[in-house]
Each structure stands twice: as structure tokens, then as C-alpha cells.
Design a protein around this ligand. Sequence first.
Ligand code: PLP
Length: 398
Amino acid sequence: MPDRPAPRPRGRQFFANPGPTNIPESVLRAIDRAAVDFNDAEFVETVYHPARAGLKRVLGTSAELFMYTASGHGAWEAGLANLLSPGDTVLIPESGFFSDQWARMAERLGLRLRKLDADWRQGADPAAIEAALKADTAHEIKAVCIVHNETSTGVTLPLPDIRAAIDAARHPALYLADTISSLACMPFEMDAWGIDCAVGGSQKGLMLPTGFSFTGASAKAMAAHKTAKLPRFYLDWTIMMGRGFRSFVGTVPVSLFYGLQESLRLLEEEGKDAVFARHARLAEGVRRCVQTWAGANDGPQFYCVDPGRRSNSVTAVLMPDGHDAEAVRSIALQRSNVSLGGGLGRLGGKVFRIGHMGDLNEPMVLGTLAAVELALRRAGVPHQKGGVDAAMEYYAAS
Ligand SMILES: *Cc1c(COP(=O)(O)O)cnc(C)c1O
């Protein structure tokens, strides 16, 4: 018989992953119901259409919205497949694991990749994007794909500045933005920021289970879609527009729509600006704590070296040399039942990530930070004490 893993300590798990995230009780209750016929008029009129309209408000768009029963990767693929043709060139500036993954997908789909290398610890500079577009005098680049909030590194990129860079280069490329880990956590305005295709998912700021994702599509995107020839069926926008749902080629995930209706109600009850302010404030407490642990730069550090780009939904913490992030994560989980994010791709073992997005308050953050500080002690990782206290000082004063 294989060894069974030791049972976790009793008590509520503190879930501090940067996706999936905590699902509010009221959302769980809303989802907990028997299946309904997705063509049922009452469902369509009182749940589906209002939720679809609410999701457009969250995205800040009055343009088209298409949804898929798929995780975020499905919406990434939908954006590329509906907008581009085999052999088209896409510019995907490097920001971390997720920009790499989107780039791998583009190549696999038969697109040409124009790379723009950038330091993962700060992400691409809009001036470098502008230069790359200016150099493309033949306008071979058909799309610029940006990960708004690089969840692997905790770096947020300035989407409006990148729009300005595309405009300054007078380049006609489509602008695709992955807002999977920024939506409903920090400002994102698809129409006002001139984004042609916004890619989002259910299990991060929207506080839902994994299982549905979506893309907003501007008028310019819809025009490009008409001539885009990459093969697609389940993800095809034209097929979707022929259906009353204007989404979902196949069964509509009705349970998730009951959940979405409730999560939108929670977001609108609190108010967009208040939701963003809460994330900013909770994130700042995490940063005060990490800054304290760093001590004289011999403790754990911010992975993101640009203070202006530190994310309000996830903080990636770089371990001091010779110390394993997985050991800290495993101690936090096994001893304290606190679940943290690990390092992705080349950051494996070097970084752990504290997710602070979605349904979150001060005691959840402070409890998580205390368990991390405890795990640093237990693992013998050098750090300056008092991180949790620094977070409390900040919360008390703000
Ligand atoms: C989570 C995430 C993805 C991938 O989404 P899945 O739902 O895991 O497929 C893509 N981009 C970013 C920025 C993410 O945070």
C-alpha cells in the first residue's frame, strides 16, 4: 500500500493561491442547485443575459463578448484563432511564464512569433514595444499580445502606456490583453484603453470555480475576424453569433452562471472603485511585510524590482540563495494548512507566491503572512522579524 499523505491540520484552510481563489459562501450557495435546461426561458432571461451584461460592465466594454466552457487557456486560444490567419506574425513581449505560454500557443497554432526579450523581474518597457513596432515598416505584425498582470512574477504592465506606444508607432496591429489575474482586482477598461481583445477567466478576481473564460472583442477585432483563417469550431465567434446565447458552441455551464450572477452582485454592491481600493490596500500590507523580511537584502525579496509595477493581486517572493521556496510552501501547507502559489517554469523552487485577489480581508492576509513568517523560521530561512507587525501598522494607519 502506498503511504498516505499525513492529514492536514484541522481548521479552515487559508487559501492564498493566485488562482484559483477563495469562493465566497454566497457564490457556493448560488451554484449548489440542480441542473436546469439551459434553454429554459426563465434561466435565459433572469440569469444568463443579466450576467452577460454584468460581465461586460466588469470588462468596461460595450463591444462583443464571447464565452467558453474552458479555463483561461481556452480564451487565449479563442483570441488568436478568431483574429489571425496561418503565418501571421504576432508580437508577444516577454513578461514571464504566462507570456511564454501564450507565445508557445501562438507558434503551435501556426503563427510567427516576433519576440521581445525582457527581464522577468520588471517586464517590457513601452518604449521597446514602440521601437519594435516602428521597425516593422511592412506592418507584418498583426497583433500585440500583452499579459496585464503577469501572475508568475507579480509584475503589472501599464496597458494604457502600451496603447500609447502602439499609437505613437502608427501601427495598425490588433491589441490583445490578458486580464485573467487583473480583472475585478485592479482597474481594467477595455474600451477606454483601446483594447481590441480582452481575455478573462472565472477563477481569479471573479471568485468563481474554474471552468469558464471569455473574450471581449472590439469593432476592429470583429472586422479582423471576418478574414481570419486559423481553423476553429468550438471557439468560433461567427458560429456563436448565430446562436441566441452569442457564446458557447455547446452546453452552457448553467451552474457557473448562477455563481456569476452572485459574484457580480457582490462586486457591484461593493463598487468597482472600492474593490480596487481594497485590493491595493491589502496588497500594500503584504508589501510592507515582505519589505521587512528582506532585511538588509539577505532575506526573501520582492521578485518584481520595479516598485511601481508591483501587483495588487499577487506578490512573488524570491528566496535567498541556497534556500528552497518549495520547502517553505510545504511547511506552510503541512503545518499550518496555508496554501501558497509555487514558482512557475524557471522560477520553480526560487519563488513562492502570495495570492491576494478576490474574496479577501485583513485577517485572511494577516493569517497568511503569519503562517509564512512561521514557515520561514521553521525552514531556517534568514529574514528580518516583524513582517506581520509592519502589515498591521500599515492597516492600522490606513
Ligand atoms: C491563470 C492565468 C492564465 C491561465 O489560465 P487558466 O485558467 O489556468 O487556463 C493565463 N494568464 C494569466 C495571467 C493567468 O493568471
